[in-house]
Design a protein around this ligand. Structure first.
Ligand SMILES: Cc1cc2nc3c(=O)[nH]c(=O)nc-3n(C[C@H](O)[C@H](O)[C@H](O)COP(=O)(O)OP(=O)(O)OC[C@H]3O[C@@H](n4cnc5c(N)ncnc54)[C@H](O)[C@@H]3O)c2cc1C
Length: 388
C-alpha cells in the first residue's frame, strides 16, 4: 500500500494569496507546504488600503504592518473627470490610514507568519504537479536552489498570480476583459525629501497616470493604457517627455533624479478564471481573478481569497461537499462587484470620449462582463482618490 501523502495541501505561489492560504490552513492544523518560485520581476502593487487591517487581524498577522518599514498613506488624490485635484482623506476612513508597502518585506513577513504556524516554506522553489493518482493524491515536483524532490499531497492551491499556471494546466480557461498594461519606473530618492504621504491618479487622453511615494524615499511612477495604444509602447525617454505634459503627476517627480534603469512593462488587465476549483485544486488571488489596478484592491483581494480558499479546502477535506462551491460563488460576487465599480469609475471621465482608451471603457462589453446590470449596489469601493 502507498504511504499516505506527506502534506494535506501544497500551496503553489508565496505572494499574499498563497501566504494567506497557508496561514489559514496552518491555523487549522493542516500539514502544508508553501512553495514560492520568486522568479518573476519584483512585484508591482504597493498601495494597501486601510481595510487590510481587518483581514490581517483575522489572519493573525496584523503585526506585519509597522511604521518602520511601510509608509502610512494619509490621502488619495485624483484628477479624474476634471483638471482639478480631489482628495480622499484617511481621516474619513473608519479603518484609519492605508500603507505604501515595502512589498518584498510584506510578502516575506507573511510567509514567515505561515512558517511559524507550522507550514513548511520552500523559497525560490518552483512547484509543478506531475500527476494525480486514482485515490486523488497529487505528485508534485519541487525544484529549488539546492535540491529537487517529489512530494505527495491531497490538495493543491494555485496562488501563482495572473498566469494561473496550475488551474489552466488542469483545464480552466482565463476570461480576459481588456488589454490594460502598465509602464512602471521606480525613481531614486530625492536630495531634499519632501513629506508626501499621498497617492495621486491623473486621467489622460490615452489612459491614466499614477504616482506614490515608496519606503526609503523612492517614488513609483506608472502609466496605464491599452497594449495597442502608443502611450505604453514607448521607453524611458518617451515616458519622461510624456509625463512632463501632465498637469499634476510631473510636478511630483521633479525633485527625484530620473534613473538610468529601464522602464518595466507589466500586464494589468482584468482577468478571471471560468472556474476557480476542480479535481484536487482551488485557485486564489490573481490566479482566480486579477483586477484593474485603478481599484487598488489587488492585495486585499489576494489576502481575502487566499484566506477563504484555505478555509474551503480545510472544510472540504473535513467532508463539507459544498465548501468549494460556496467559495466559487464568493469569488463570482467579488468579481462582479469589481466589474461594476470599474465601469462606474471609468464612466466618470468624459473629457476624451472619442479616444480609443475611453471609448472602449464607455462601451458595455456584455460578452465578457460577468454581470452587465447597471450599478445599483450601495457597496461601491472607490479607487484611490476617485469620488463618485
Ligand atoms: C502595475 C500594477 C500595479 C498594481 N498596484 C496595486 C496596488 O497599488 N495595490 C494593490 O493592492 N494591488 C495592486 N496591484 C495588484 C497586486 O499586485 C496583485 O493583485 C497581488 O500581487 C496578487 O497577489 P497574489 O498572491 O495573487 O499573486 P502574486 O503576488 O503575483 O504572487 C504569485 C507568486 O507565485 C509565484 N509562482 C508562480 N508560479 C509558481 C510555481 N510554479 N511554483 C512556485 N511559485 C510560483 C511567483 O513567483 C510569485 O511570487 C497591481 C498590479 C499591477 C500589475
Amino acid at each position: 500500500m502507498a504511504a499516505p501523502p506527506a502534506y494535506d495541501v501544497v500551496v503553489v505561489g508565496g505572494g499574499p494569496a498563497g501566504a494567506a492560504a497557508a496561514l489559514t490552513l496552518g491555523r487549522a492544523d493542516r500539514t502544508v507546504l508553501l512553495a514560492d518560485a520568486a522568479t518573476g520581476p519584483p512585484p508591482v502593487g504597493e498601495a494597501l488600503p486601510a481595510a487590510a487591517r481587518v483581514l490581517l487581524r483575522d489572519l493573525g498577522a496584523q503585526d506585519v504592518l509597522d511604521d518602520r518599514h511601510h509608509l502610512p498613506c494619509f490621502a488619495n488624490l485624483s484628477a479624474w473627470g476634471s483638471d482639478d485635484l480631489a482628495a480622499q482623506d484617511s481621516v474619513l476612513d473608519p479603518h484609519g490610514h492605508g500603507w505604501h508597502l515595502d512589498r518584498r518585506r510584506f510578502d516575506r513577513e507573511l510567509r514567515e507568519r505561515a512558517r511559524r504556524l507550522g507550514a513548511e516554506v520552500a523559497i525560490r522553489t518552483t512547484a509543478r504537479p506531475a500527476g494525480r493518482s486514482a485515490d486523488g493524491t497529487w505528485t508534485v515536483e519541487l525544484r529549488g536552489p539546492r535540491e529537487r524532490r517529489t512530494v505527495r499531497c491531497r490538495w493543491l492551491v494555485d496562488a501563482t498570480g495572473r498566469r494561473a499556471g496550475l488551474a489552466t494546466g488542469a483545464g480552466a480557461r482565463r476570461v480576459v476583459h481588456d488589454r490594460l498594461v502598465a509602464l512602471c519606473l521606480t525613481l531614486p530618492p530625492s536630495a531634499t525629501p519632501a513629506p508626501d504621504a499621498s497617492t495621486l491618479v491623473e486621467a489622460a487622453p490615452d489612459g491614466w497616470w499614477y504616482t506614490a511615494p515608496l519606503p526609503a524615499g523612492h517614488r513609483l511612477l506608472a502609466r496605464y493604457s491599452d497594449a495597442d495604444l502608443a502611450g505604453v509602447r514607448t521607453g524611458a525617454a518617451g515616458l519622461r517627455s510624456d509625463v512632463a505634459r501632465t498637469r499634476h503627476i510631473g510636478a511630483r517627480l521633479s525633485a527625484h533624479p530620473w534613473p538610468s534603469w529601464a522602464v518595466r512593462r507589466a500586464p494589468a488587465h482584468t482577468v478571471r478564471l471560468d472556474t476557480v476549483h476542480g479535481g484536487g485544486w482551488v485557485a486564489a488571488g490573481d490566479a482566480a481573478a486579477a483586477f484593474d489596478p485603478l481599484s487598488s484592491q489587488g492585495i486585499l483581494t489576494a489576502l481575502y481569497t487566499g484566506m477563504r480558499a484555505g478555509r474551503a479546502v480545510h472544510d472540504h477535506l473535513c467532508g463539507d461537499r459544498t465548501a468549494l462551491t460556496r467559495y466559487a460563488a464568493e469569488v463570482d460576487t467579488i468579481t462582479a462587484t469589481h466589474l461594476r465599480n470599474r465601469r462606474t469609475f471609468y464612466g466618470l471621465e468624459h473629457r476624451w470620449p472619442r479616444h480609443d482608451f475611453w471609448r472602449r471603457r464607455h462601451t458595455v462589453d456584455a460578452t465578457k462582463s460577468a454581470d452587465s446590470r447597471p450599478n445599483t449596489r450601495p457597496d461601491l469601493i472607490p479607487p484611490p482618490g476617485v469620488r463618485p
